[in-house]
Design a protein around this ligand. Sequence first.
Ligand code: AMP
Length: 225
Amino acid sequence: MRRFGVRIPTSAQTTEKSLAAYGGKAFKILKIIQMLNFVLFGPPGAGKGTQSEKLIERYQLNHISTGDIFRAHISNQTPLGKQVSALIADGQLVPDAITIAMLEDEVDKNPGAKGFIFDGFPRTVAQAAALDEFLESKGSSITAVIALDVDQEELTKRIAERQKLTGRVDDQADKLQKRIEEYFSKTIHVLPYYEAQQKLSKVNGIGKIDDIFAELCSVVDQYQS
Ligand code: AMP
């Protein structure tokens, strides 16, 4: 897009403010606000979903949870849902090509977004690289990655509780074991990827929800203008 002789990245949110007429002509200030894109990272049961909900409310960002989107496809029995349901029920990761295409689609559905909280994505280094490339093509980037640190004993306890409430098939003990294996064999490598970009912050994910949220906010606030 070209406005006032300036090329504007298509993804950058633009707002215009009319200033008082000057010399008979109205001048406009064109303000380009960089998007705020955060990855909320952590193993199953780390609290990504709970904290994402609070973050989007406070910062008016869009929430993209790939797990939630897959579950919606499964319950609506879409072709994508049928394609991935067995893998998800078994606790395996969905192949990168499918997940990346779905994620890009979700971002493209929200062209005016101030930014995104990516929850459950990226889960492989290939996904992280694809996300960088995709955002770069839109003149944007990942602002920061916040990893919720929770030990395995606590994770197992939390998921057993969640399973009682939601009945999620992949929260059952044997499937959970598979998801934890997927996390430690594939997903954990995403951390050094972002560490090399100096974008990684770690937050203690054990404690009261509001205390953890306050810590997350102190990271996000560093990037707010
Ligand atoms: P979650 O709700 O984030 O725990 O995701 C539930 C399940 O959806 C995972 O165990 C995977 O089978 C699938 N899934 C969600 N996000 C991804 C992703 N980024 N890459 C591959 N599979 C995913």
